[in-house]
Structures are given as structure tokens and as C-alpha cells.
Design a protein around this ligand. Structure first.
Ligand code: ACO
Length: 330
């Protein structure tokens, strides 16, 4: 066990200005505002323009992040970007960001864990810091899912939006209340085909055929995933609380992945948490995958709901299939 304790120093978010409403979607596919609201809780989402890539939005989030922090970009010695919509398949968006922010030589890499990406990235950063390999990590969740959306598929195109969240994960000082207490991550690859982008990799390299067959867009069998998501997110929240001796009564905030209001409600119920203790912004941003937790976290800090010392559970589920949770005192 390491003596080094790890905390989240700050979180900031950014999203494109352009809003795509449920009403706008009614003009694109056979859907309705009523269906989308009642099945998902979504009302609008943000959509980036053709010139914007993942690192551009992250940069905006990072500008806010470093303005609020005493840690400077030159102090960062680890960059982890969780995304399934990087600027390019390679080089990593983390390396692109390193250059944009002028961060000195350090490990920088992307990870792919779908909507659980931010939880995976926090877990990795915590371990780098605990074992002395890094001191100040920049941890990002960013997704421009509207760039890989099949706009003819009503099952998926109404669900996703664009955004980015950025956090500085660093050493906690002695006696400080802020701390990442525990993290839990897991996966089950057997269900990988239920949420997949089939084209563009080594299995189906880009060709005229893969483009014609829409294989470069996201495919999801949402109703098959739904039950697994409810169970996995509930289990992840229960597990992290139980193994650290807490119950739902101790929790100030649940900040869940924003995929579906019904999944969020079920997760809160599993840990017997009052609805007013759940941070929800799905109505404004839709499902922004790995960006959704830091985006909701940052908004709740900005508007004063989340305060230093609050006990918080982060909880997510996504492509892989993957799931996980983080227990922390902010
Ligand atoms: N508008 C109107 N009707 C629609 C739409 C739409 N946009 N989409 C589907 N329907 C129809 C279907 O065709 C179906 O019609 P039918 O009964 O005539 O066949 C009916 O609505 C019900 O469809 P379901 O897919 O069963 O609807 P469900 O209640 O399951 O909601 C949803 C779908 C919102 C996708 C839900 O299943 C869900 O949230 N799943 C989990 C998604 C998730 O957590 N993914 C992981 C994270 S995402 C990531 O990692 C990128």
C-alpha cells in the first residue's frame, strides 16, 4: 500500500454552442419529442461543426481548468484522454493536446473504454500517482459522437451529443479531506457486438463498401444493453460503497453516466439515494459518452452544488461492454 493519497484538484467542461433539439430530430428521422423525452430524458444535445475535432473542445475545457487551479500546464506529467472519437486513429489525442497546451515531455495516451472511459482514466491516473510514476495528471473525457452518428437510424441518432470534461488528478496533502478513496473497473467483452463501430479498423479497413454500408458510424442494440446497464451500474455503485464501509445515506452526490434517465433512476434506487442527490444534465447534453461524467461534475461545481469534502460516487457503463465506479471526497 502506498502512502501517497490522490485527489481531484478540479474539473472543467466545454461543449459546442450549437444545439440540436428533439424537435430538430423530428425533421431528420421518424421520431417525436415525446418518445425521446419519455424513453431517455433527453431534450437537446450539443453538436460540433465540421471544423471542430476532439482536441479543440478539450482545449476550451482545459483553459477553464487551468484558470481555476494553482497547478500549471508545465507541472503536468501524465496525460490520459478517454475517447472513442479521437482527432485521428493515431497519433493519440493526448499527444496532440500535449503540444497544444505546451506540456513538457511526459507519458500521454488515449484509452478506449466507451462511456466508462473517464472512470478507467481516473483509475489509471490514481495508480500512476500512488506508485510515484506521476504527480499531476491531466485526465480527459471527450466525445464528438455526432461525428460517428448514423443520421438515418432513429434507434441511435437521437441519443448522442458532443462535449468534453477535463480534470487534474494530483497528490493530496497530509490532513486534506479531498481524496479519491477507491475505484472499481470491469468489463465483459462477450457483448461487444451490441455497441460497436465496425468500420475503419483492421477487421474492416476503410473502403468504398464500408462507407456505403454505414460501417463508420455507431451501431447499438440499445434495448439488449439496457438491462445489463441497469444491473452493472447498480452493482458498481453498491460494490464501491460496501467495500469502503459506506451506505447510500453517507453519499452527498451520485454523478452517473448520462445515457438514460431510467438507468440513472434505477441506479440511485439500488443505493437508496434520494433523487435530489443525483446530478443530472441529460436533458441538455444527451449521451456524451466518456465526457458525460466530467461534464456533469464540472457543472455541479460551477453552480455550487458540489463542494469540497462532499462524498461522491461516479458510476458508468458503456461499450466493451465496460462499467465501473469511483468513490471520492471532492
Ligand atoms: N423514435 C421513435 N420510436 C423509436 C425510436 C425513436 N427515436 N427509437 C426506437 N423506436 C421504437 C422502436 O422501433 C420500437 O418500436 P417497436 O416496438 O414498434 O419495435 C420501440 O420504439 C421500442 O424500442 P426499444 O429499443 O425497445 O426502446 P427502449 O425503451 O429500450 O429505449 C434506448 C431505447 C433509449 C436506446 C434504451 O434501450 C437505452 O437507453 N439503452 C441503453 C443504452 C446504453 O446505456 N448504452 C451504453 C452507453 S452508450 C456508449 O457507450 C457510447
Amino acid at each position: 500500500m502506498s502512502d501517497i493519497r490522490v485527489k481531484i484538484d478540479g474539473v472543467a467542461m466545454a461543449a459546442p454552442d450549437k444545439i440540436l433539439t428533439n424537435k430538430d430530430l423530428e425533421r431528420i428521422v421518424d421520431t417525436s419529442d415525446e418518445w425521446i423525452r419519455t424513453r431517455t430524458g433527453m431534450v437537446e444535445r450539443r453538436i460540433s461543426d465540421e471544423h471542430t475535432a476532439a482536441s479543440d473542445i478539450v482545449l476550451k475545457a482545459c483553459e477553464k481548468l487551468f484558470k481555476k487551479s494553482s497547478i500549471r500546464t508545465r507541472d503536468i506529467d501524465l496525460i490520459i484522454v478517454a475517447t472513442v472519437t479521437p482527432d485521428h486513429p493515431f497519433p493519440s489525442t493526448a499527444c496532440i493536446l500535449q503540444t497544444k497546451l505546451g506540456i513538457p515531455h511526459c507519458p500521454a495516451f488515449d484509452i478506449s473504454a466507451g462511456c466508462t472511459g473517464f472512470i478507467y482514466a481516473i483509475t489509471i491516473a490514481k495508480q500512476f500517482i500512488e506508485n510515484g510514476s506521476a504527480t499531476n495528471a491531466l485526465v480527459i473525457g471527450v466525445e464528438l459522437l455526432t461525428k460517428i452518428t448514423n443520421w438515418t437510424d432513429r434507434n441511435t441518432c437521437v441519443l448522442f451529443g458532443d462535449g468534453a470534461g477535463a480534470a487534474i488528478v494530483t497528490q493530496a496533502n497530509k490532513g486534506e479531506i479531498s481524496e479519491i478513496i477507491d475505484t472499481y473497473i470491469s468489463s465483459d467483452g462477450r457483448y461487444g457486438d451490441l455497441l460497436i463501430m465496425r468500420g475503419g479498423g483492421s477487421r474492416n479497413p476503410t473502403s468504398k463498401e464500408t462507407v456505403e454500408q454505414n460501417m463508420h458510424t455507431l451501431y447499438m442494440e440499445g434495448n439488449k444493453i439496457f438491462k445489463i446497464a441497469v444491473k452493472s451500474m447498480g452493482d458498481a455503485a453498491v460494490r464501491i460503497l460496501e467495500r469502503n464501509g459506506f451506505t447510500g445515506d453517507d453519499v452527498d452526490w451520485l454523478i452517473p453516466h448520462q445515457a438514460n434517465l431510467r438507468i440513472i433512476d434505477a441506479t440511485a434506487k439500488r443505493i437508496h439515494l434520494l433523487p435530489q442527490k443525483v446530478i443530472i444534465n441529460i436533458e441538455k447534453y444527451g449521451n456524451t459518452s466518456s465526457a458525460s461524467i466530467p461534464l456533469a461534475f464540472a457543472e455541479a461545481i460551477e453552480d455550487g452544488r458540489v463542494r469540497r469534502g462532499d462524498l461522491i460516487v461516479l458510476d458508468a457503463f458503456g461499450a466493451g461492454l465496460t462499467w465501473g465506479s469511483v468513490l471520492l471526497r471532492y
